[in-house]
Design a protein around this ligand. Structure first.
Ligand code: SF4
Length: 323
């Protein structure tokens, strides 16, 4: 780990037009800021529709941000043109939730893993990269005999290993893992997590690890950010988020983590969040969480709380911590 930020996101905004509604916009991400030091993992957590995947896709420039800056090292890549982005595409890769839909079913493993190398001009065809591909397959726990098979011939866990090999083959510095274990059996999830951790230390990789609940990011993250309806609600080191969570939404996410012991589960004090997430087309005034917050006060309905440090680099956006 180092003290130098590899990724710095500042006041990121991403709005999408609503088809058929001229002035309406989906407020997918609003004024989100955070940084990730080289060699660290930031876990980004929140319910479906909170904007975490849009943040990730904006960083790897699958989406062009509406406004804000995204620094990769010293360079702001937020507004770079497609041609200027090539040098950064090699340094950033993404692993998706569903390896089956992210892998072309008509391509063999050899061609799938060669594709990023060909796109970056490292080789001109898959055969030239065969030795390199076999080496990376072995590193992710597969073997040379898998090179001529197709994605449907593998289990979910094996397909995610292929996705990982495809991301690693061009030696990126930064990988976005967008819910990489959510679609896998519990027994396979740990294997994929262990692989990610091995590569993190071996190659000093930096990760943004996205998940919809706190339990999934626990063992991989150095820091954890909690998003709700396009906003960052809380961000701190991972120990604090589990031992001393502060934001009422984070407390609700804690309550949603299943406890394997039925006696302990019955004595659990926190209660899970009720109600549905409001529409991101017209997010609530004031605190965006106020329609579901059990501690809502008058000020919460009119004034949006700022994300501020309440000590030890623990940032919270909630009026309960205004003083
Ligand atoms: Fe709840 Fe108010 Fe804090 Fe929002 S600002 S989380 S509504 S207490």
């Amino acid at each position: 780990m180092s003290d130098i930020n590899l990724i710095s996101v500042n006041n990121l905004v991403k709005h999408f037009p609503v088809p058929g509604r001229h002035n309406a916009r989906v407020h997918a991400v609003d004024d989100v800021s955070f940084s990730i030091k080289r060699g660290e993992t930031l876990g980004l957590v929140g319910e479906s529709g909170c904007g975490k995947s849009t943040v990730a896709k904006s960083i790897v420039r699958m989406h062009k941000p509406t406004s804000g800056s995204i620094f990769f090292g010293e360079q702001d890549i937020a507004q770079l043109k497609e041609r200027e982005l090539n040098a950064y595409r090699k340094k950033m890769q993404m692993v998706f939730q569903d390896p089956y839909s992210s892998l072309n079913p008509r391509m063999t493993v050899l061609k799938l893993i060669a594709e990023p190398l060909i796109a970056q001009g490292v080789v001109t065809n898959a055969k030239q990269a065969k030795d390199l591909i076999i080496e990376i397959l072995q590193k992710v726990g597969l073997s040379a005999e898998h090179t001529f098979r197709y994605p449907h011939e593998f289990s979910g866990g094996q397909r995610q290993r292929i996705s990982l090999a495809r991301a690693l083959i061009i030696k990126p510095e930064f990988i976005v893992c967008d819910e990489p274990i959510s679609a896998l059996d519990v027994s396979i999830q740990a294997q994929v997590i262990n692989l990610l951790q091995e590569f993190k230390y071996e190659r000093s990789l930096t990760y943004l690890f996205i998940a919809h609940d706190l339990s999934m990011v626990r063992y991989v993250s150095d820091h954890v950010g909690v998003m709700y309806l396009g906003r960052m609600m809380e961000i701190c080191d991972s120990e604090q988020i589990y031992k001393t969570p502060l934001h009422p939404y984070t407390l609700g996410l804690h309550a949603a983590i299943p406890i394997p012991d039925p006696v302990a589960a019955m004595s659990k004090k926190q209660s899970a969040i009720e109600g549905d997430i409001p529409s991101p087309i017209s997010p609530p005034q004031g605190c965006r969480f106020h329609t579901r917050c059990t501690q809502c006060m008058n000020i919460c309905r009119s004034e949006e709380p700022e994300l501020k440090d309440v000590g030890n680099n623990h940032l919270v956006a909630c009026h309960l911590f205004d003083n």
